[in-house]
Design a protein around this ligand. Structure first.
Ligand SMILES: Cc1ncc(C[n+]2csc(CCOP(=O)(O)OP(=O)(O)O)c2C)c(N)n1
Ligand SMILES: [Mg+2]
Length: 576
C-alpha cells in the first residue's frame, strides 16, 4: 500500500483487496472514467477474475448469476450517472430473492453534485429499500484513517453475505483519476501494519444459522404431530435443505410437492414426492388436507398456492422474516433455517406410517404421470412441454440448469420427469422478470465454474440480446435451448387471449425473427431444431463440441396453446 501513486489509487486498492480477502472472487466491470481508481485496482489484483461488460444492466445480472452459482457475492464496478441506474433490475431481483451482490458505484465529489455537472445524478438514492446496506464513501483524503476504507469493505461484504442481498458503496472520487503520482501523507496508514503484512481480512464477521430454542421446537413438533392429513410443500430452498425436507415429509407420512427451485423436483423419490399434487387433490377419493407445511417460499405453481388457501392450518418455514404469503393463508410463520429446523422436528416425531392422504394422492399422481407419458409417446410432435420434459431427463449431471420465467419454468415444473439427473434448477423468480436471463445464466456458469443449459423464450432472449456477447468467452459449455414461438405465448394461455380485438399485437408482441444470423455474429454455434430426433442430435452435438450453442426450437403461439390445452385434457381424463 505504501507504493500507491496517489490517495485515490490507495483507497481503490484497499477496497478491492479487502473484498478479495473477505471472499469476493469475481469483479464485473462496466467501462467508465470516474471509476478508474477502482478498475485499476481490480484489474491489477492477482486473485480476482475481472469481466468487462459494457451494459451495466447485463453486468449486474451477470453478477447475480455468479452469486447464484457460487453463493459468494460478485462485485460490480460502474462509473457515475445512468450507468448506476441500469443496475436496478438485477438489484431488485437480488433483494427479493436474497442473492448477495456488491455494487461499487463511482460518483463525482460533493462540489460537483446537483449543480449541472455532466454524468452526475442522485445515485445514492436510486435503490433505497432494496439495499441491505448503503454507504457514501467520501472522496479519498489522507486526513482520514485508511482503516475506515477497510471496515467499509468488510461491513459491505458481511451485509451482502449475511443479509443475502445487494449492498451499494457509492465511491466519490476527485481528480486525478488515473494512477498518476501525487503526494499523499502515509500517516493515514497507521494501524494497517498487521493487515499489510498478511492476507487475512481486516474484520472477520462471523454469523451462524438461524435456529429456534429447544422449547420452541418441542412445541412445534407436538403441534404438527397432532395433524393427520397434511401436505408438505417445498418452495425455493437452499442447497443444503433437500435431504432434511424429504426426511421430514417421510416422517410425517405426508405427500410432498416440490417446486422446481427446491432442488427436489427432478429427484426420483417415489414417495412421498407427488409432482401433480394440486391435480391429485382434486381427484375423487383424495381426502382434503387439514394442514399445509410449506418450507421455503415463492411457488411456481399457482394451483399449489390455492391448496394453502383452502387449508385451516398453514405453516411457513423460511429463513428470512419477509412477508411471504401471497394467499394470505399462513397461520404459523417460523423464521428459521429450513434444514436444521426440519431435522430437529423430524427427530421429535414418532415414525407413524403414511397418512391416508399420501396413498390417495400418490395413486392419483401416478395416473396423471402415466397419462402424460402415454400422450407424449403417442403424439410424436416436438411441442414446448415435450422439450421441457425431454431436457429434464437429458441434461448431464454436471450441468447447471437455468430457466427463464414465463412458460419455460412452468413447463419444467409441470412436465419434468423424475428419472433424470437430480439437478438443482436456477431461475430469476424473485421478481419473475424476463430481463437479464442470458446474462444471469452466463454468470451462473462462471459462478459454479461449470457448464450450463438454459431454457429460454424468444422475448426473453430479445430482451437481453446484447448478452449473446458473453456466451462465447465463458470457458464453459453453454447450451441455450430457445423456444421460439414468435412472441409471448404465456398470454395466449391467459383470459386475455379470448379478446381477439386487442390480443395481438398488444399482448403477444408478435415477431418473425429467427436467430441463426444473430448467433453467427456473436460467435455462437446455432442449430435449428424441428423434430424430436433433431433435438436429441443437436443437443448431443452441442455438448460434444463445447463452447456456446443456441438450439432454436421453432413453434408458434397457436401450436403452444394447442399443446397445453391437449395436455390439460389428458390430465382431466386421467382423473375423471
Ligand atoms: C422485465 C419484464 N417485462 C415484462 C414481463 C411480463 N411478461 C411475462 S411473460 C412475458 C412474455 C415472455 O415471452 P417469451 O420469453 O417468448 O416466453 P413465452 O411466453 O413465449 O413462453 C412477458 C412480457 C416480465 N415478466 N418481465
Ligand atoms: Mg415466446
Amino acid at each position: 500500500v505504501n507504493e500507491q501513486p496517489n490517495i485515490n489509487a490507495l483507497w481503490g486498492a484497499l477496497l478491492v483487496e479487502e473484498l478479495w480477502r473477505q471472499g469476493v472472487r469475481h469483479v464485473v466491470l462496466a467501462p467508465g472514467s470516474r471509476s478508474t481508481p477502482l478498475v485499476v485496482a481490480a484489474a491489477k489484483h492477482r486473485g480476482l477474475r475481472c469481466h468487462v461488460i459494457v451494459d451495466e444492466r447485463a453486468a449486474a445480472f451477470f453478477a447475480l448469476g455468479i452469486a447464484r452459482g457460487s453463493a459468494q457475492p460478485a462485485a460490480v464496478i460502474t462509473t457515475s450517472g445512468t450507468a448506476v441506474a441500469n443496475l436496478a433490475p438485477a438489484v431488485v431481483e437480488a433483494a427479493i430473492d436474497r442473492v448477495p451482490m456488491l455494487l461499487l458505484t463511482a460518483d463525482r465529489p460533493p462540489e460537483l453534485r446537483d449543480c449541472g455537472a455532466p454524468q452526475t445524478i442522485d445515485q445514492g438514492a436510486l435503490f433505497t429499500s432494496y439495499l441491505r446496506w448503503r454507504f457514501e464513501l467520501p472522496p479519498p483524503d489522507d486526513r482520514m484513517p485508511a482503516r475506515a476504507v477497510l471496515t467499509a469493505a468488510a461491513h459491505g461484504y458481511a451485509r451482502a453475505r449475511d443479509g443475502l442481498g445487494p449492498v451499494q458503496i457509492n465511491c466519490m472520487f476527485r481528480e486525478p483519476l488515473a494512477p498518476a503520482a501525487a503526494q499523499w501523507d502515509h500517516g493515514c496508514l497507521a494501524g494497517l501494519e498487521g493487515w499489510n503484512a498478511g492476507k487475512a481480512p481486516y474484520t472477520r464477521a462471523v454469523s451462524g444459522p438461524r435456529v429456534l430454542s429447544d422449547a420452541q421446537i418441542d412445541a412445534q413438533a407436538a403441534a404438527l404431530a397432532q395433524i393427520e392429513n397434511g401436505v408438505v410443500v417445498a418452495g425455493a430452498l437452499p442447497a443444503d435443505a433437500g435431504a432434511a425436507v424429504l426426511e421430514l415429509a417421510a416422517r410425517l407420512g405426508w405427500p410432498l410437492w416440490a417446486d422446481v427451485r427446491s432442488g427436489l423436483r427432478l429427484h426420483d423419490e417415489a414417495r412421498p414426492h407427488v409432482p401433480h399434487l394440486a391435480r391429485a387433490l382434486d381427484a375423487r377419493g383424495t381426502p382434503r388436507p387439514g394442514a399445509v407445511l410449506q418450507l421455503g417460499a415463492r411457488l411456481t405453481e399457482q394451483r399449489v398456492q390455492q391448496i394453502a388457501a383452502a387449508a385451516r392450518t398453514v405453516w411457513l418455514v423460511e429463513a428470512s422474516d419477509d412477508r411471504l404469503d401471497p394467499g394470505h393463508a399462513v397461520t404459523a410463520r417460523v423464521c428459521a433455517d429450513v434444514a436444521p429446523w426440519c431435522r430437529a422436528i423430524a427427530a421429535r416425531i414418532e415414525p407413524r406410517g403414511d397418512a391416508p392422504i399420501l396413498a390417495a394422492a400418490a395413486e392419483a399422481d401416478r395416473r396423471v404421470e402415466a397419462a402424460i407419458e402415454a400422450h407424449f409417446a403417442a403424439d410424436r410432435s416436438l411441442t414446448e412441454p415435450y422439450v421441457a420434459r425431454w431436457l429434464s431427463a437429458h441434461v448431464p449431471e454436471d450441468h447447471g440448469l437455468f430457466v427463464s420465467s414465463s412458460m419455460p419454468i412452468r413447463d419444467l415444473q409441470t412436465f419434468a420427469r423424475r428419472d433424470g439427473p437430480a439437478l438443482r434448477v436456477a431461475a430469476n423468480r424473485g421478481a419473475s422478470g424476463i430481463d437479464g436471463v442470458l446474462a444471469s445464466a452466463a454468470g451462473y456458469a462462471v459462478g459454479r465454474g461449470g457448464p450450463v443449459t438454459l431454457l429460454i423464450g424468444d422475448l426473453a432472449l430479445l430482451h437481453d440480446l446484447g448478452s449473446m456477447a458473453l456466451l462465447g468467452k465463458l470457458g464453459h459449455t453453454f447450451v441455450a435451448v430457445l423456444l421460439n414461438n414468435g412472441g409471448g405465448s404465456i398470454f395466449g394461455l391467459l383470459p386475455i387471449a379470448a379478446h381477439g380485438d386487442v390480443f395481438s399485437p398488444w399482448f403477444d408482441a408478435p415477431h418473425s425473427f429467427t436467430f441463426a444470423g444473430t448467433a453467427r455474429d456473436f460467435g455462437v454455434a446455432h442449430a435449428l431444431v424441428t423434430t424430436r430426433d433433431e433435438l436429441a442430435q443437436s443437443y448431443r452435438a452441442a455438448l460434444q463440441r463445447g463452447g456456446a450453442t443456441l438450439l432454436e426450437v421453432r413453434s408458434s403461439l397457436a401450436e403452444n396453446r394447442d399443446a397445453h390445452l391437449r395436455l390439460e385434457e389428458v390430465v382431466r381424463r386421467a382423473l375423471a
